[in-house]
Design a protein around this ligand. Structure first.
Ligand code: HEC
Length: 146
């Protein structure tokens, strides 16, 4: 084998030692989002892996550098919007995120493309998009009136 191959293999092995810490914080049912079953199903299938403490980890979650990308998405996703911490999100912030969620789902920026590559069934069909939009709207209305 030529030297380049050894280098590539060597690097591929060495980077495996840099492991992100994948942990799901406990879900507190008293603050987690709990709404209509259909909406919950859609959110769990398309958003919860990055926006909740109920992340499901695929077998490749420990393989660098994919693991680094995943860890980043989970950490930043939870920071941006955490359905497991729903009741604790400040009303103003929540309104802003809901408006943004509506837009992002509409222009197909969420769920993220890189995620859809490996989670084909997380893509939202038009029916699911509509259902989510109704949910976001009803939450927005509820918050605006309180
Ligand atoms: C692969 C992980 C992943 C999935 C799946 C995902 N998101 Fe995100 N989302 C992120 C990350 C990471 C961010 C932080 C900002 C960024 O990097 O774009 C984010 C940000 C957001 C924000 C905040 C944007 C802002 O500007 O404040 C909203 C709202 C959002 N996502 C909604 C959703 C919804 C709704 C779904 C499901 C339909 C979803 N996301 C699915 C990773 C994900």
């Amino acid at each position: 084998m030529n030297k380049t191959v050894y280098w590539v293999l060597g690097i591929a092995i060495v980077i495996q030692f840099v492991r992100p810490d994948f942990q799901n914080p406990k879900v507190d049912a008293t603050v987690a989002l709990n709404t209509d079953q259909e909406v919950m199903g859609i959110l769990k299938n398309s958003c919860y892996d990055c926006h909740s403490n109920e992340t499901k980890y695929p077998w490749y979650h420990n393989v660098a550098p994919v693991s680094w990308v995943m860890s980043n998405n989970i950490v930043n996703g939870r920071k941006a919007l955490d359905f497991s911490n729903w009741a604790n999100i400040d009303a103003k912030v929540k309104l802003e995120r809901l408006e943004r969620a509506k837009q992002l789902v509409n222009i197909e920026m969420m769920p993220k493309n890189e995620y859809l590559l490996m989670h084909k069934n997380a893509a939202l069909n038009s029916e699911e998009k509509k259902r989510l939009e109704e949910f976001f709207d009803s939450e927005i209305e509820h918050l605006s009136n309180s």
